[in-house]
Design a protein around this ligand. Structure first.
Ligand code: TRP
Length: 335
C-alpha cells in the first residue's frame, strides 16, 4: 500500500526546546517511519509577525534545521524544505485568497489569540494588523495543499488552521471542480510541556524554556531556579511533587520517577539533591542530540545537501499541484 503524505511545518523563530521536543518533534521522528513526510521550515509564515526582524528569521532557519536533524529527522525518510524556496506556495496563496472572507479569518480562534498576544506589533485593538498576518491561514492552506498533505500532525492550538484549510479546499473543489485533497489533522498525543516557572506553556517569549542546545552550565542554572513546592522549607519537610516543576521534568527523563515521588512525599529527599539528579538525567538524555548536532555543525555541506534534496522533492510535488490548479481555474495559457 502506498504511504500517505504528512505535511507539517514549524516557524524558524528560535531553537527547539523541551516543549517542542516532547510535544512535537519526537512524534515526527516516529511518524517518518510510517508516512511520506515533509517538514516545512515556515520562513514566510515566520515573517508575518517578524517582518521587521529578518535577521532573526534567517539565523533561525539554520538553527532549526540543525536541531531537527539532531533530533533524529532522517533524510532517507523525511524531506525538510524551506517555504520561501517553493514559489508555488505564494502563488496558491493568491488564488485561495478569493475563497475566504475577511470576517472568517477574523473569527479564526488561533488568529484571535495571536492578535491578542501581539499588542506591541498589532496595537491594543488590533488596529495595525497586517494583511499578511491576517491571511497566514490562507498561506498555510497553500503549504498543505501544494505538497498534497493528507495527514497533518498538530497540537490543539493548530486545529482551527487545519479546519480553515479544509474549508478552502472544499470551496475550491466546488467552484473549479474536484482538484485538491482535503487534509485531516492528527492530534499529537503528547500534551503541552510546562515551563520552568510552572506556566502551562514552555516558550521562548516566556523565558521559561530549556533548549535542546543548552550547555550543561545553562541547564544547571535553569534547573536550580525551577519552581518547587513553596511550602517545603527544610530538606526533610514533606512536600507535594505535583506542584513541583523538578518532579514534572523527572517524569519526562527519569525511569525511576517512583522513587523521586515517594521520597519527596515522605521528606526523604532535599530539593538540591533532587535538582542535581534531574540535571544529570537531562544531560544524559540530551547527549545523543548534542553528539548529532555537533556532527551536522561540523559538516555544513552535508546540511546544505540535505536541504537542497528536500526542497527539490517538495518542488516536484508543488509543480504538479500548481499545474492542476491552473487547469481547473482555466488560467493555463499557452500550455
Ligand atoms: N502554524 C504552524 C505553527 O505555528 C507552522 C506551520 C506552517 C504548519 N505551515 C504549516 C503546521 C503546515 C502544519 C502544516 O506551529
Amino acid at each position: 500500500m502506498e504511504k500517505k503524505t504528512i505535511l507539517t511545518g514549524i516557524r524558524p523563530t528560535g531553537n527547539l526546546h523541551l516543549g517542542h521536543y516532547f510535544g512535537t518533534v519526537t512524534n515526527w521522528v516516529k511518524l517518518q517511519n510510517e508516512y511520506e513526510t515533509f517538514i516545512e521550515i515556515a520562513d514566510v509564515q515566520a515573517l508575518t509577525d517578524n517582518f521587521n526582524n529578518p535577521e532573526k528569521v534567517r539565523k533561525n532557519v539554520r538553527e532549526l534545521i540543525l536541531d531537527l536533524l539532531a533530533s533524529g529527522i532522517d533524510r532517507e525518510k523525511a524531506s525538510i524544505f524551506i517555504q520561501s524556496k517553493i514559489p508555488q506556495i505564494a502563488e496558491l496563496t493568491v488564488y485561495y485568497s478569493n475563497l475566504v472572507t475577511i470576517a472568517r479569518l477574523e473569527r479564526n480562534p488561533t488568529i484571535k489569540t495571536e492578535i491578542a498576544q501581539k499588542k506591541e506589533l498589532f496595537g491594543n485593538n488590533g488596529e495595525s494588523i497586517t494583511y499578511g498576518f491576517l491571511g497566514y491561514p490562507v498561506s498555510q492552506a497553500a503549504d498543505i495543499t501544494a505538497l498534497d498533505g493528507e495527514v497533518i500532525p498538530v497540537g490543539d492550538d493548530q486545529i482551527p488552521l487545519i479546519e480553515q484549510t479544509r474549508e478552502i479546499v472544499r470551496k475550491f473543489n466546488s467552484i473549479y471542480g474536484e482538484t485538491l485533497k482535503e487534509p485531516e489533522y492528527m492530534l499529537s498525543k503528547t500534551t503541552r510541556i510546562k515551563g520552568l516557572d510552572g506556566n502551562e506553556k514552555m516558550g521562548k517569549s516566556l523565558g521559561n524554556a530549556i533548549y535542546l542546545v543548552d550547555s550543561e552550565e545553562e541547564i544547571t542554572k535553569k534547573v536550580m531556579g525551577a519552581l518547587t513546592d513553596t511550602n517545603k522549607i527544610k530538606k526533610d519537610d514533606k512536600a507535594n511533587p505535583d506542584v513541583c516543576m523538578v518532579y514534572y521534568y523527572h517524569k519526562l527523563v527519569n525511569d525511576d520517577v517512583k522513587t523521586v515521588c515517594e521520597e519527596c512525599k515522605n521528606g526523604l529527599r532535599g530539593c538540591v539533591l533532587c535538582k542535581k539528579e534531574l540535571i544529570n538525567k537531562l544531560n544524559e538524555y540530551l547527549k545523543e542530540f548534542k553528539t548529532r548536532r555537533k556532527y551536522y555543525e561540523d559538516n555544513p555541506e552535508l546540511v546544505e545537501e540535505i536541504i537542497k534534496e528536500g526542497t527539490e522533492k517538495a518542488l516536484t510535488k508543488a509543480e504538479e499541484t500548481i499545474k492542476k490548479v491552473k487547469e481547473s481555474m482555466k488560467i493555463n495559457y499557452f500550455e
